[in-house]
Write a new protein. Structure first.
Lengths: 197, 197
């Protein structure tokens, strides 16, 4: 009885992990001074995810706003982990909250956090940004770049961004857009799976 | 070295589980014939989550559409698991995909799935519904019921629902709304935490 209960519990636990190459590639605590520096990391994560075959062409990272210290990263993990919710931003947010031991990144009076994503977030991720407690969202490629690849963004409208801004989330879009979009194109050339199509 | 690597990996794994009372309370495979039957389960999950003190007043369940067989459930787990993404719908979707071993619930040619939620989904969950592969969304309480409790829904607009419908997701709202809203009121009376405020 006890044994079957343990087996049952193990079967009913969803494990969310980074691809193996993340801890070897990323140094947490490193400071990324500018938005361009931070975006270059998000784009490099998206590129590595394609090159290493671990998922879709999307990367994200969370930094302490003022120091630029790297707190968390994410890459698209939908196919790798059989979980449609695991877009890059979602993995970065979950890992940040796991590492900080809090369900909100807005709990500290001394630190605030930036989420930097290689692409404009989909509807799910834009909602998740609001609940995550990050105070700033920085994006690279845009909706048109993603839809050119047949990746859908879902029900995101101009007023979706306004809604976040009115609730205190600063938003900067189009940082290193060309470099970010180049990874989407790389994925397309490689014949990568469009799991949302 | 090997040992520190294992410790590092364990620290960097997010474990997503149900509260302990779920497997004791729910019988997977049981058939729930009607929308009312299915909603009663989602509402009962929301109520148990409040009464047992394991989270916010929201429950969700996924059923095979034609047979009504129960596939997965979710309850709000934001505070319990320190994870702002773990709304009831997200947990139900992740567990369903985990159990079926697929990142989409639209993979089967013979089965389609209904997600039944005790409350209208927030912006994150509405986006997640689209990516999950469920073909139908059924909701109980509405945005006004939730905001009366200071729970925010985020950037959801009438055209958000239209967007999903145009992509093949059937939507039925307001099923047993009063019963569903009563659990929100129970949570308020108990002084439950409004973690999104």
């Amino acid at each position: 009885m006890a044994e079957s209960r343990v087996m049952s519990d193990a079967r009913e636990t969803v494990l969310i992990t980074w691809p193996e190459w993340i801890p070897e590639t990323v140094e947490f605590g490193t400071r990324y001074e500018t938005d361009d520096d931070r975006m270059r990391l998000a784009i490099e994560l998206s590129r590595q995810n394609v090159v290493r075959g671990t998922g879709g062409p999307f990367g994200a990272a969370i930094f302490e706003h003022s120091t630029g210290a790297l707190i968390s990263v994410g890459v698209n993990s939908v196919v790798r982990l059989n979980n449609s919710a695991l877009h890059a931003e979602m993995l970065a947010i979950m890992m940040a909250q796991h590492r900080l031991g809090s369900y909100t990144l807005a709990a500290s009076s001394s630190a605030s956090y930036d989420l930097v994503s290689s692409c404009d977030p989909c509807a799910m991720c834009l909602g998740a940004v609001l609940w995550s407690g990050v105070h700033r969202l920085v994006t690279g490629a845009d909706r048109d770049d993603a839809t050119a690849l047949s990746f859908e963004e879902g029900p995101v409208f101009p007023q979706s961004y306004t809604y976040l801004q009115e609730r205190g989330v600063a938003i900067t879009r189009g940082v290193l857009r060309q470099e970010a979009a180049a990874v989407l194109e790389l994925y397309r050339r490689q014949g990568g799976q469009i799991y949302n199509a």
